[in-house]
Design a protein around this ligand. Structure first.
Ligand code: ADP
Length: 869
């Protein structure tokens, strides 16, 4: 609270809680609202667009800013806050405001952070929600751990290379919503935190807690680098602080260096629009995930999303997945039946986690019961046709946990009530004590009805009714006009505008019996529910495993369905460095372009022609082509068939892209600086198994600087790294240089000019093009026609001036380029005096003519350069 702001006992209580939860937004229950005060109120009002008001006033008339949200809708607001990266402490009233003397007691009942939420309404979708930790030692690769506490999956390992780049690359595919960084104060740590903020702008980044002394059992058997073990321990300490009940249900599912995965850094994931569209203004635009998501269950969707962010880089593992997809695709209607069987499965893993965290709602358990039955049907379908190892493994994995199924079926009614305190949680016959209490309550209610009928008959008042409300309990109600006709044993309880309410000894006795039975039934039901949940909890690890198998079979079935329906081909994947594609199509545009997508070939080979320089005007399809090549590799290595007639993918170890400037503008770096930083990162990390896609290099500076950098970059990729590369450029000079390189080739995207208009063919053609058609594109874009006409005149003049020297410099070019001198294009146009000198024939001139010529030019040049005062 700012100095001098007014304090009241309530605000003081709030400040005490704030002090205990530093870095948290404290939502403070006051009546029907969760309120915030002071700076937090301003923040809440800004982030959630809720009204900012003010409260109280001290002697000087100052008021405290205040903003709040209704308590019944708090989950929805919590979801928005954690997605924006806030940590929230919910401080609730822990005594009844009606009976409290003085200030109501309040306590923090729940802490919600982006990486530790488990409620569906806050998570907002089935995709993994990772909480990560990373420990970066000064001179070794970072150790990292990532956990999705909603599914119990714990991934850990070492980055592939030391330093910040390696740490970022290891974390990127997890897209963690919260990252704990160790050693934040050290130079290494703070550099990493800054880089994480840039790379993962949606994540919450903060210092990791100290490791707790006791290691949880699930980590006792794993080995690894010191940094990884330290990272595990810190992450476990944080889970212990925030979600202690879930700690026993975590399980290491992947451990070791990340080398068996195709490395995709955060930029590449963004540029290729794998799970999120690039354009922030169109968050629902199509992505690879949205185009490939034919899954029918939440675990399936989660698995698919993870596979596309984490394609494999191990030939055998890829073949196994492709075999499974192939086998499923061959089943025809069997595939449809399998998908239909899976269809009603809920998010099994998350329901189980919510059981362990005691945040489960009864209908979710009914869904779990039905989901187990669905898994059983899917298993039986699959068992009949499982011909390959992956599918046979999944038949075993789809164990429908019969004991849990039986427990849920005997305990739960067909449709349980929406909340656990509503009553009617169990099927009659499940808990004998509970049934007796429920009978007593029902008996009381029947006695009430009988009493109502008896009093109606005795008094002759047909309108006499028994009613109930929370404050007054049960009563007889008659209209005011009839109030005088009630019998003497009725005692007045309450007078309303149009009616009177009464009680009687008999009514009070029945009321007492009903309320006692009801209270005992509630207590008993609460206890039985807790016992039941503890019993269900013993099956949590089994449900987590089943959920993973459901996810895997659903994702494979989605790949198979797409393979059948979209004219895809099984890629040939091996350990070579080939990348050949016949009639490849962009997986997303191929589905969305109404005008039809033009397929193209790719022929790269690490051993042979591995570098392709692409030219062609803007809008001709250069970046589409590069993305298409990248996406085909991602799909093939994720185990999917690909949109092409034929594809041969020699496994790619890392895929790097650099495209466009839009990304980081506004984050305080010049676009050229950003471009160079990105190129530097790629050159540091790429090796001969990488695929590098560069859309323009060296555009953000002067032409010669840029050209020189582009050429040197290209040489470095070609000679030193030797990776497969596609580079799109407007520097036509580069294409001439390429001809001197052993492993490089030019291609361009064809255009046709007809009647002055430009037609983009989107077809890849060998060789370079020397025209940019920039004016055509500018005209299409709607620049005013006088401006275009002026530009055309200027272009003509520039071209004709250039033509005067072009033959000489063109002829000189090849030798000068191969000597590594890049200045042919840099020769400035010759001056008029040079031209005149060149035109002279000294052999036929007299000395006087020569002197006259010199004098004339001397005068002219002085006249131009040194204008008289
Ligand atoms: P560039 O990078 O050369 O400026 P883009 O790759 O952005 O061009 O392509 C511009 C537009 O052309 C795309 O948005 C798409 O609509 C269309 N396009 C590109 N490639 C193809 C293709 N192979 N078939 C059909 N349309 C294409």
């Amino acid at each position: 609270m700012p100095d001098g702001a007014p304090t009241t006992p309530l605000i003081e209580q709030y400040e005490r809680v704030k002090a205990r939860y530093p870095g948290h937004l404290v939502l403070f229950r006051v009546g029907d609202f969760f309120e915030t005060f002071g700076d937090d109120a301003k923040l809440l009002s800004r982030e959630l667009e809720v009204v900012l008001t003010a409260r109280g006033a001290d002697a000087s008339g100052q008021r405290t800013p205040m903003a709040g949200v209704p308590h019944h809708a708090v989950d929805a607001y919590l979801g928005r806050l954690v997605r924006k990266g806030y940590k929230v402490a919910l401080c609730d009233q822990v005594e009844d405001a009606r009976v409290a003397t003085g200030l109501v007691r309040r306590e923090v009942t729940r802490v919600v952070t982006p990486g530790t939420v488990v409620e569906d309404r806050i998570l907002g979708g089935p995709d993994h929600n990772f909480l990560a930790s990373v420990v970066l030692p000064p001179d070794a690769p970072a150790g990292y751990s990532c956990v999705d506490i909603t599914t119990g999956e714990w991934f850990r390992g070492e980055a592939e290379e030391p330093g910040v780049d390696g740490a970022l690359a290891a974390l990127a595919p997890f897209q963690p919503s919260e990252v704990l960084v160790a050693g934040l104060g050290s130079p290494v740590g703070s550099g990493l935190a800054g880089a994480l903020h840039r790379e993962l702008p949606r994540s919450r980044i903060e210092a990791a807690p100290a490791p707790s002394p006791e290691r949880p059992a699930f980590l006792s058997a794993v080995a690894g680098a010191v940094a990884t073990i330290e990272s595990d321990d810190r992450l476990a300490a944080y889970v212990r602080q925030t979600q202690p009940r879930l700690l026993p249900y975590l399980e290491v599912v992947a451990s070791g260096p990340s080398a068996r995965r195709l490395r995709l850094d955060a930029k590449t994931l963004r540029h290729l629009e794998i799970v999120r569209p690039m354009n922030p203004d169109d968050p629902s635009g199509p992505t690879l995930l949205s185009t490939w998501d034919e899954t029918v269950t939440a675990p399936g969707r989660r698995t698919l999303s993870f596979w596309l962010r984490n394609p494999l880089a191990d030939v055998d593992a890829i073949q196994e997945r492709l075999d499974a997809v192939d086998a499923l695709a061959a089943q025809g209607s069997g595939l449809l039946l399998l998908r239909a069987a899976l269809g009603p499965t809920p998010d099994l893993a998350r329901v189980a986690t919510r059981v362990a965290g005691r945040r489960v709602r009864p209908p979710e358990l009914a869904a779990l019961r039905d989901g187990l039955a669905a898994a059983e049907r899917a298993r039986d379908r699959l068992a009949a046709t499982a011909t390959v190892p992956t599918l046979r493994r999944l038949v075993v994995g789809l164990d429908p946990i019969p004991k849990l199924g039986a427990l849920l079926r005997t305990a739960l009614p067909d449709q349980p009530p929406p909340t656990a305190d509503a009553g009617g949680l169990f099927r009659p016959g499940y808990a004998a004590g509970l049934d007796a209490l429920a009978d007593a309550e029902a008996g009381g209610l029947r006695a009430l009805e009988a009493l109502e009928r008896a009093e109606q008959t005795a008094t002759g008042l047909r309108g006499l009714r028994v009613g109930y409300n929370q404050v007054f309990g049960y009563y007889f109600e008659v209209s005011r006009s009839n109030a005088a006709r009630v019998p003497p044993h009725f005692r007045r309880k309450q007078t309303l505008a149009s009616s009177e309410r009464f009680t009687s000894d008999e009514l009070a006795r029945i009321e007492e019996s009903i309320l006692t039975a009801r209270e005992r039934r509630r207590d008993e039901e609460g206890r039985a529910w807790e016992t039941f949940l503890s019993e269900v909890e013993t099956f949590v690890p089994a449900v987590h495993r089943l959920s993973r198998s459901v996810g895997e079979i659903d994702a494979l079935a989605a790949f198979a369905l797409i393979a059948q329906e979209r004219r895809l081909v099984r890629p040939v994947v091996d350990g070579s460095r080939a990348l050949s594609v016949r009639d490849g199509r962009h997986p997303v545009l191929d589905r969305s372009l109404e005008s039809g997508f033009v397929p193209n070939d790719t022929d790269l080979d690490g051993e042979g022609e591995r570098l392709l320089v692409l030219t062609g005007p803007n809008m001709s399809g250069k970046s589409t082509y590069m993305r298409q090549v990248g996406l085909l590799v991602v799909l093939a290595q994720a185990g999917s068939f690909v949109p092409a007639k034929f594809a041969h993918v020699g496994v790619v170890g890392a895929l790097f892209t650099r495209m466009g400037f839009t990304d980081e503008i506004g984050r305080g770096k010049s676009s050229f600086m950003v471009e160079m930083t990105e190129v530097a990162e790629i050159l540091r990390a790429a090796d001969d198994r990488s695929l590098v896609l560069l859309d323009e290099v060296g555009r953000g500076t002067s032409t010669f600087d840029g050209l020189a950098i582009a050429w040197a970059t290209l040489r470095h990729l070609h000679d030193a790294i030797g990776c497969r590369t596609i580079l799109a450029t407007h520097y036509h000079q580069l294409t001439e240089l390429v001809e001197g390189l052993a492993h490089a080739r030019n291609a361009h995207l064809g255009v046709q000019e007809s009647d002055g208009a430009l037609v983009f063919l989107h077809r890849l053609v060998p060789g370079s093009t020397d025209r940019s058609y920039g004016l055509h594109v500018a005209q299409r874009a709607g620049l005013p026609s006088p401006l275009i006409a002026e530009a055309q005149r200027t272009l003509k003049r520039l071209e004709s001036e250039g033509a005067a020297v072009a033959p000489a410099s063109r002829r000189a070019a090849p030798t000068r380029y191969t000597q590594g001198v890049l200045l042919a294009a840099a020769d400035p146009a010759p001056s008029e005096a040079e031209e005149a000198l060149r035109a002279l024939d000294p052999a036929t001139m007299t000395p006087v003519d020569a002197l006259r010529w010199v004098a004339e030019w001397h005068r002219r040049l002085r006249g131009i350069r040194a204008a008289p005062p």
